[in-house]
Design a protein around this ligand. Structure first.
Ligand SMILES: [Zn+2]
Length: 190
């Protein structure tokens, strides 16, 4: 069973469409998936935000991620810098490689942004030139967003960023494995 198809049941509108297309009731419902969710709070929040489109859980996710993934020995003069780095890592993890301006929204085969012009409501995204692909931020840009100098980014913070991203990906795959296992066990019982 693929995690993607399982998690589509977390988003009620998707499972409704799916049941219309396939002509049969989805085998798994919201309750089954909820029961199989990881007990670990951070893992559960990661799944809710990325796979169930629960944007409302974003702020809590940032707070819980800070508590769990920011080691005490990572010093910073200003705690808001730590939070900025965490948010950058979470955004990258959540939507890897997708243009931030248009979010990869496609119309007629190109990525677009909305305009106020009713006759031409869409414009080819000027940031990604319609490709939907995000340019990686330079070290200078990352340093600027966080509020540190470029050397500090290179020497220390870039490694922290990479470590957080790696931790997020591991937590996510563990969470998906937990959900798959929970649902498989449930099927075996029935
Ligand atoms: Zn774009």
């Amino acid at each position: 069973m693929r995690a993607e198809s399982i998690l589509s049941h977390l988003a009620p509108h998707i499972s409704r469409i799916e049941s219309k297309v396939s002509g049969k009731r989805p085998a798994l419902g919201w309750e089954a998936v909820t029961a199989a969710m990881p007990k670990n709070r951070l893992q559960s929040l990661l799944v809710r935000v990325k796979w169930a489109g629960d944007g409302g859980a974003w702020q809590v996710l940032v707070v819980v991620a800070m508590k769990n993934l920011w080691p005490q020995e990572w010093k910073t003069q200003d705690p808001s810098r730590a939070q900025k780095l965490m948010e950058l890592a979470l955004r990258e993890w959540n939507e890897p490689g997708i243009c931030r301006r248009c979010g990869g929204r496609e119309e007629d085969g190109r990525c677009v942004v909305r305009t106020r012009d009713k006759k031409h409501p869409f414009l080819t995204c000027p940031t990604c030139h319609g490709t939907g692909i995000r340019q990686a931020r330079s070290g200078r840009q990352m340093a600027q967003i966080i509020g540190i100098d470029e050397k500090t980014w290179r020497d220390t913070w870039s490694r922290r960023y990479a470590a957080i991203l790696a931790a997020l990906n591991t937590l996510e795959s563990n969470a998906l494995a937990t959900i798959c296992k929970g649902l498989t066990d449930r099927e075996a019982v029935q």
